[in-house]
Write a protein that binds this ligand. Structure first.
Ligand SMILES: Nc1ncnc2c1ncn2[C@@H]1O[C@H](COP(=O)(O)OP(=O)(O)O)[C@@H](O)[C@H]1O
Ligand SMILES: [Mg+2]
Length: 167
């Protein structure tokens, strides 16, 4: 069962005061995501990318424990879409990867296009060249106290001609 919450708008910002606030924003982001979407997260170490992703994954019906894949490039989780259909949640961490080409070589980019998947990508700003034009951009920053953060997001939608994305 996915959790019923108010989806976020296409553009917004939020000032969480705790890790649980951030995870709750993740639930609301999940409610706005559709199969095939990609979320590109950026922010320093400890900014809360994994914490936000834990909320997103919960909102996408993932029941497994979601951990940081920092020592792994990718973790896969079984989630579900809004109608209860199967949805694969791909959790990438590009921190240790040298280049977008490397990600391409190991076939990572193919998952971005899975119409029955959602990709959640930490350190996505390190290889913008491999990201699809249509994506959710989420930037996390530290705040003035240890538990405050600033989280900003926007949903970019590529222009399409006859159903195909154009630059
Ligand atoms: N408002 C907040 N949002 C997210 N994490 C927070 C917040 N306040 C404190 N934290 C703590 O900061 C750390 C964030 O870690 P993590 O989500 O792994 O960051 P990242 O993936 O960006 O490196 C966690 O230990 C978490 O408990
Ligand atoms: Mg992380």
């Amino acid at each position: 069962m996915t959790v019923a919450v108010e989806p976020v708008s296409a553009v917004g910002e939020f000032h969480p005061a705790s890790a649980s606030d951030t995870a709750r924003l993740g639930l609301r982001l999940a409610a706005a995501l559709k199969p095939g979407h990609l979320v590109a997260l950026s922010g320093d170490l400890g900014a809360g990318k994994t914490c936000l992703i834990q909320g997103i994954a919960e909102g996408l019906g993932v029941t497994d424990i979601v951990n940081s894949p920092t020592f792994v490039l990718l973790n896969l989780y079984a989630g579900e879409d809004a109608t209860g259909g199967e949805l694969t949640v791909y959790h990438f961490d590009l921190y240790r990867l040298g280049s977008g080409e490397e990600l391409e070589d190991i076939g990572g980019i193919e998952f971005f296009a899975d119409p029955h998947g959602v990709s959640l990508v930490e350190w996505a700003d390190r290889m913008p060249e491999v990201l699809p034009e249509s994506r959710w951009e989420v930037c996390l920053e530290h705040g003035t106290t240890a538990d405050e953060r600033l989280i900003r997001w926007r949903h970019l939608v590529a222009k399409k001609v006859h159903g195909r994305e154009i630059a």
